[in-house]
Design a protein around this ligand. Structure first.
Ligand code: GRG
Length: 297
């Protein structure tokens, strides 16, 4: 079972990498520095958990793999843009990402800003270029879904709340609100977009899947907070202990490590329960969830 998941995830990671490699502008095409930085920020790193969720959710609706590859790659481009901007001195001011210098360190701040902007545009270009669904109406809904998940009522909004929370003490519901947006919105989009690449699911199935994705998004962040508190910079490939140093409220600062781990386990149970309606078809989604919760970086 473990070997089976490794084979499955590696083949999808390679597919995403190849697709991104081919769709990103070549580095020797003008403006070379910007194109070089875009490739630097996206290729050759990252666990690609969001595309893995898209592929696994796509299995629930018998989705075409090429469609899922396009949506997984688009989500990954939005994710890469968010990391580049998050690392900037005006935000988290970090020097290490995926085990290498952050984009603004390797290039410069202005290039990093433009890199994030261009990756975001490329994500939507990919969604517009590729057939993603059986009807144009569904395809438009899918593009809107990613736009909403990335924008001020999704990831960017969550980042705004995060920046405003530095040095403040948040309670658990406030922390949850922040992470449902900052981290959770894109994870939810990855799941829902993957599923929508295939045959139409019932509304009830879509809402169960959305609840699953919400739980996984929160569990992802709880684990991220535990890793930030417990793992080393070498393992993480990014600066460990950053949240505490920056005076940011986290699940660990509010609950402590042991209760934070219990919360991740509770979210896992809740997530799995909402997949009951799909029976054995949801096995892959459960495996990806466990990969997210058991990850060490
Ligand atoms: C700048 C608009 C804007 C948003 C930034 C998501 C985010 C918002 C910032 C990232 C900062 C951060 C470390 C958030 C915690 C959760 C997270 C997204 C971790 C990194 O994701 P992984 O573990 O990274 O999937 P890899 O490198 O594997 O892709």
């Amino acid at each position: 079972m473990i070997a089976d998941f490794q084979n499955w995830s590696q083949s999808r990671q390679v597919r995403i990498e190849t697709f991104l490699e081919e769709r990103l502008p070549v580095a020797d095409c003008a403006p070379e520095r910007l194109h070089h930085a875009m490739r630097y920020a996206v290729l050759g790193g990252g666990k690609r958990v969001r595309p893995l969720l898209s592929f696994a959710a796509g299995e629930l609706s018998n989705a075409d793999e090429m469609r899922v590859t396009a949506v997984g790659a688009a989500v990954e481009l939005i994710h890469a843009y968010s990391l580049v901007h998050d690392d900037l001195p005006c935000m988290d001011d970090d020097v290490l990402r995926r085990g290498k210098p952050t984009c603004h360190v390797a290039y410069d701040e202005a290039t990093a800003l433009l890199t994030g902007d261009s990756l975001q545009s490329l994500a939507f270009q990919l969604l517009a270029e590729q057939c993603l669904a059986d009807s144009a109406q569904i395809q438009l809904e899918m593009i809107k879904l990613l736009a909403q998940a990335s924008g001020s009522r999704g990831m960017a909004g969550g980042q705004a709340v995060d920046l405003a929370s530095v040095g403040k003490s948040l309670n658990l519901p406030e922390l949850e609100f922040m992470h449902i947006h900052k981290t959770g919105a894109l994870i939810r989009a990855a799941v829902m977009l993957g599923a929508r690449c295939g045959g139409q699911l019932h509304n009830e199935q879509l809402s169960s899947l959305d609840h699953f994705a919400k739980c996984v998004g929160l569990a992802f962040q709880v684990v991220d907070d535990v890793l930030d508190a417990e793992a080393t910079t070498a393992t993480l490939g990014k600066t460990a202990g950053k949240d505490a140093d920056n005076g940011k409220p986290t699940y660990v600062s509010i609950l402590g490590v042991s209760q934070a781990r219990e919360l991740a386990e509770k979210l896992r149970r809740d997530a799995f329960q909402s997949l009951d309606t799909f029976g054995t078809e949801a096995a892959r989604l459960k495996q990806v969830t466990d990969f997210i919760i058991q990850r060490e970086f």
